[in-house]
Design a protein around this ligand. Structure first.
Ligand code: F6R
Length: 612
């Protein structure tokens, strides 16, 4: 889970590399480095710490090269230190490599190289790669395409996941890249080419991209690119035009990406809805052609994802079961892939991943495919790995999500899953028109209603100001309100480092209520009219044990024992999580801000979890 950037063109490479790294810092930020080819030698600058440290190194000004590679790290092998930072060189200092991923057999490779006289300066798995390239380069590779062949021989030895960039002082006009299970895109223009782990890093320069496939090699010059398959046969590749606007990936006057992304939700939801339905017409997904016979044969749906995306899946399950009457299970991808789930050709599997690069989710998808199930990816990133593995893909179109804590992707995932549930029920012939039409009207109302929730921000901020020094908090709800409680609790933990738990309100008295004592904060989510009275009784139990309570509700509460009440608009319970989660996102945000924390880059986390 690191970020890599590369440039080859005519202008100075370092500003492009540094700017690219800055926008990839969400992928990791414990060390950063660059390598360029300067006067036919490799110059490397790197150290632990953020990209800002690298940017301030005085030597950086003296690098005038127009070819280079760069890296921002999230440590897996070896602590953050200068030695462990990328780029890594081979012993002869002829090859420089940056790598995102994990080389699982690096011990073996290190022993092999050590037996051949190579030594290592770092504890990383990556350092074997430049040395392997050097080994093959100097041992029996024919002269034709010698650099590429040496890289390919080295890569053939690697087990694990990788996106790799290589430059060599012997070939100062090109960057070689290859990937497997780690993302890598190439942005292209007539005079210069850009490489990055993710599209936003190079959006300011171009909207034309090549999306590299697994085991595919690209040799990138300033004015052309050659692509090769895994046997080094050359292949042609189509350019993909990416519509995202570069300014959409900037902060636009907000203090942090997270706040900007929370505020973008009315708009991101409009984009997600797009033209997928109109009132009075059936929902359509252009890219999906599932026959009615196939749909009728489905006897089980799995929704598989990690973290926040999994929480969105829980809301999706509710919609699918209510509207389509198909039993639906939600699974954590890292569990699903190892628990031997019961899957056959009547199982339909939905995989949700904002980034589309989450290793566990991709592995879980491959597993279901291998057992004959049809797979659908729900992703935000066009051309991401998961979309290339799945039989079908539907995009959330929420725009780039940069903050590590997911907000707008979550609400867009829910909207899309609910629309997909309507599409399923309509195509199964099981829909009740009055129900689906009224739900559609409510979905279309979401952006406006969300705007009114955002107008209450100040109230949430006030509550956060009062309680940000606390150490434990509890979130309660029933049904989908419980699922939202889980998401609110995760948001709070990950950015404020406050311990919190979410409980199904009815479960409280089976144990957790022992934790409630005077002054503890409990947040209740009460939006489902059928369940509100029951949840109120559970909240009463914590009030009478001295808890402070914040209630998010769309109901008129007769009881006013609660300390703070945030009122949100009423809406169909299938989509009310989209409104009720927003105060919880803001709550976590303001608590973290009060604590002086970096909300966009919380400790120990990375945006895209491309390792197991
Ligand atoms: C939490 C968060 C994570 C992600 C999870 C899956 O705010 O962002 O829990 O939801 O790592 O990521 P994707 O959706 O990219 O597969």
């Amino acid at each position: 889970m690191c970020g890599i950037v590369g440039y080859v063109g005519s202008k100075k490479a370092t500003p492009v590399l540094i700017n690219g790294l800055l926008s990839l810092e969400y992928r990791g930020y414990d060390s950063a480095g660059i390598a360029v080819i300067e006067n036919n030698e490799l110059s490397v600058l790197k150290d632990k710490g953020r990209v800002a440290n690298l940017k301030q190194m005085p030597e950086i000004e003296n690098l005038n090269s127009s070819i280079g590679i760069a890296h921002t790290r999230w440590a897996t092998h070896g602590k953050p230190s200068r030695e462990n930072s990328h780029p890594h060189l081979d012993n002869s200092k002829q090859f420089a490599v940056v790598h995102n991923g994990i080389i699982e057999n690096y011990h073996e490779l290190r022993e092999f190289l050590t037996s051949k006289g190579y030594s290592f300066l770092s504890q990383t798995d990556t350092e074997v790669i430049p040395n392997l390239i050097h080994y093959y380069y100097t041992n029996g590779i024919s002269d034709e395409d010698k650099f590429l062949r040496a890289v390919k021989s080295a890569v053939d030895d690697l087990k694990g996941s990788y996106a790799i960039e290589v430059i060599s002082k012997l070939y100062p006009d090109r960057v070689i890249v290859v990937r497997k299970d780690s993302p890598l895109v190439i942005g292209t223009t007539k005079e210069e080419n850009f490489i990055a782990s993710d599209i936003p890093a190079i959006l300011p320069y171009t909207k034309d991209f090549y999306l590299l496939d697994d085991y595919e090699y690209a040799v990138i010059y300033k004015d052309h690119i050659k692509f090769f398959d895994n046997t080094l046969s050359s292949r042609s590749k189509a350019i993909k035009n990416i519509e995202w606007d570069a300014t959409a990936a900037e902060k636009n006057g907000f203090e942090d990406y997270m706040l900007k992304e929370i505020y973008e939700q009315p708009n991101s939801i409009r984009e997600t809805i797009g033209s997928r339905f109109k009132l009075g017409e059936k929902c359509s997904f252009d890219d999906i052609n599932l026959s009615k016979e196939y749909l009728q044969s489905i006897n089980k749906i799995y929704i598989v994802a990690c973290g926040t995306a999994m929480h969105a899946g829980l809301i999706g399950k509710n919609a699918i079961e209510k509207l389509c009457h198909i039993p639906t299970e939600v699974d954590i991808a890292s569990e699903f892939r190892y628990r031997n789930p019961i899957i056959d050709d009547k199982t339909f599997c939905i995989y949700i991943s904002q980034s589309g690069e989450t290793a566990d989710t991709i592995a879980a998808l491959k597993l279901a495919k291998s057992k004959g199930a049809k797979t659908l990816a729900v992703s935000n990133v066009i051309g991401s790995s998961i979309t290339r593995e799945a039989d079908y893909t539907i995009y959330t179109h929420a725009g780039p999500e940069i903050a590590v804590a997911s907000t707008k992707a979550y609400t867009s995932q829910i909207v899309l899953l609910v629309i997909f549930a309507i599409y399923l029920t309509e195509n199964l012939g099981r829909s009740d028109v009055a129900t689906t039409e009224s739900l559609k009207a409510d979905i279309l109302d979401l952006p406006t209603k969300l705007e009114s929730v955002l107008a209450e921000t100040e109230q949430i901020q006030k509550f956060a100001d009062k309680i940000y020094t606390e150490h434990d908090m509890y979130f309660l709800g029933r049904g989908c309100d419980y699922n939202v409680a889980m998401e609110g609790s995760l948001k709070l933990k990950e950015i404020s480092y406050i311990h919190s738990e979410a409980y199904a309100a009815g479960e409280l008295k089976h144990g957790p209520i022992a934790l409630i004592e005077n002054g503890v904060t409990v947040i209740g989510i009460l939006t489902n009219p059928d369940l509100v009275e029951k949840s109120i009784s559970n909240l009463q139990e914590v009030v009478s044990r001295g808890a402070k309570t914040l209630i998010i509700t769309n109901q008129k509460l007769s009881n006013s024992n609660f300390n703070y009440i945030i009122n949100i608009p009423e809406i169909n319970p299938l989509v009310s999580p989209i409104l009720s989660v927003v105060p919880l996102q803001l709550f976590a945000y303001y608590i973290a801000k009060n604590k002086g924390l970096d909300v966009d880059k919380p400790r120990n986390l990375a945006k895209s979890v491309t390792v197991e």
